[in-house]
Design a protein around this ligand. Structure first.
Ligand code: ADP
Length: 487
């Protein structure tokens, strides 16, 4: 891999604790493979539980000095880090494509997206503001101040190996908190390179620590992070199933939680929609990252009067998707992350077809082999199929027909998830009513792409707790203190 990087020293196989690269005493490692080729690309230090304790302790000590810096001082360090991320975009994107599989153009886009949180929260660091409410007691004055919550933990997934980290640690750092990160075992390389750049930017020792462990080790380390009374906040992005486990494990120490869990986004095409716009929104929302994002459209509800037109144009649009190795120019859809992901997609498609779905295109593994799957469209979908309520996390678009607005909204809301939703319409009354009625944290109206650093990202129901990014994002890492002052 080093040969593919302009700066080979960004390739790291060790953890990072208290300002130093760290290899566990046992010398144990775990393997990282390229999902496009199956090739072994790295052997990463597989940490012991005691290493996690060490990282928590380092973060606890660093918190004392980091919180005492001014917001402006923290902002300066973060700004340097942002600049270094941007300067090293090509190498970061290369590492990401190699370990995650997404096309290099998408990886490049994620580096910019990930960096945007560092820039945004560096700016926000200077704007943490309390208040002085008017008092009802003449002889007393009241003050409200905001203070950093303390040591924070970030447990992150493989689908956005950089952005899911910066979206958590940038607001934490800006607020004055210190952090222990446990990146996904499938994609640690991007995370480690990111931390190397943080060190070069002058982030003090102990402010950012990163623990690496395989799937089993992550469970053990996860327990330690959850049980520690020093850790005051845990932010997790991943499956709802694991989110529930972490929430329960954090209960004894009553930690504050940020949870970005599963989604099952509906995508509604009303009868007055601009169909070409809806098709390009559907392409962006469904097929980005091979359908492996928690905001990917998972169910398409299309009004019966525009069904044929939408299906025809959508089927034509997906013909331009080029499935392949993300490192090859022109590739627009990479492999699925692993075999289990491929099998889930196959199970959803087989179940739908066995219950009467109609195959419009795709529907099988790609001739490329490995974990590549063809972009797929299914119609005649009914509510009894797995695909209408389980997250598919793959390049499959199931289409359901509806007859009126009430039915579309009712079907769209029929989910335990509540992260992203999308709809296309040109009618202002319908837009307003649908946007209000959808039980989702995010509504994309005439837009298939909704994520950036300024919009509050997060879900309702079993999709999670809290919001990331935006002006609200930093509040997750701040405690409110009220001071009552007798004169
Ligand atoms: P995905 O479905 O996206 O693979 P997971 O929820 O399985 O997501 O994993 C996301 C992150 O959570 C990864 O970093 C993984 O190592 C970690 N993880 C998975 N299970 C546990 C657990 N029981 N305790 C702590 N971390 C876990």
């Amino acid at each position: 891999i080093r040969k593919l990087l302009k700066d080979p020293s960004l390739f790291k196989e060790e953890a990072f604790i208290n300002g130093a690269w760290f290899k566990t005493n046992s010398g144990k490692t775990f393997a990282v493979h390229n999902p496009a080729t199956g090739e072994l690309i790295a052997n990463i230090s597989n940490l012991e539980p005691s290493d996690a304790e060490r990282a928590i302790e380092a973060a606890g000590q660093a918190f004392q000095s980091w919180k005492s810096k001014t917001g402006k001082e923290r902002a300066h360090v973060m700004r340097k880090w942002f600049d270094l991320i941007i300067q090293n975009t090509q190498d970061l994107a290369t590492l990401m494509t190699l370990e995650q599989g997404k096309p290099l153009t998408e990886a490049t886009g994620e580096v910019a997206y990930g960096a945007s949180f560092v820039e945004w929260f560096a700016e926000e660091a200077k704007r943490v503001t309390g208040s002085i409410p008017s008092t009802t007691w003449g002889d007393k004055r009241m003050m409200v101040m905001k203070q950093p919550i303390g040591v924070c933990v970030a447990i992150t997934p493989w689908n956005f190996p950089i952005a899911m980290i910066t979206r958590k640690i940038a607001p934490a750092m800006a607020a004055g908190c210190t952090i222990v990160i446990k990146p996904a075992e499938l994609t640690p390389l991007s995370a480690l390179a990111l931390v190397e750049l943080a060190q070069r930017a002058g982030v003090p020792a102990g402010v950012i620590n990163i623990l690496t462990a395989d799937a089993n080790g992550s469970i053990v380390i996860g327990k330690i992070l959850c049980a520690s009374p020093t850790v005051r906040h845990l932010s997790f992005t991943g499956s709802t199933e694991v989110g529930r486990i972490l929430m329960a494990q954090c209960a004894p120490t009553v930690k504050k939680l940020g949870l970005e869990l599963g989604g099952h986004a509906p995508f509604i095409v009303f009868e007055d929609a601009d169909i070409d716009a809806a098709v390009s929104g559907a392409m962006a929302s469904k097929f980005r990252n091979s359908g492996q994002t928690c905001v990917c459209a998972n169910r398409f509800y299309v009004h019966k009067n525009v069904l044929d037109q939408f299906v025809e144009k959508f089927a034509k649009a997906i013909r331009v998707i080029k499935v392949g190795n993300g490192m090859e120019p022109g590739t627009t859809q990479g492999p699925l992350i692993e075999q289990a992901a491929l099998m889930k997609v196959e199970r959803h498609v087989a179940d739908a077809l066995s219950k009467g779905a109609k195959l419009i295109s795709g529907g099988k593994r790609s001739s490329m082999g490995g974990t590549f799957y063809e972009p797929t469209i299914l119609s005649n979908i009914t509510n009894d199929m797995f695909i209408t309520h389980e997250e598919t996390f793959g390049p499959v678009a199931p289409i359901i027909t509806f007859e009126n607005d009430e039915e579309a909204i009712r079907l769209a809301n029929n989910s335990q998830f509540g992260l992203a939703s999308y709809f296309y319409s040109r009618d202002i009354g319908r837009i307003w009513k649908a946007a209000e009625a959808l039980e989702y944290g995010i509504v994309g109206v005439n837009s298939g792409i909704i994520s950036n650093e300024v919009g509050p990202f997060g879900g309702v129901k079993e999709s999670g707790l809290g919001r990331e990014g935006s002006a609200f994002g930093i509040d997750e890492y701040l405690e409110i203190k009220y001071i009552c002052l007798g004169l």
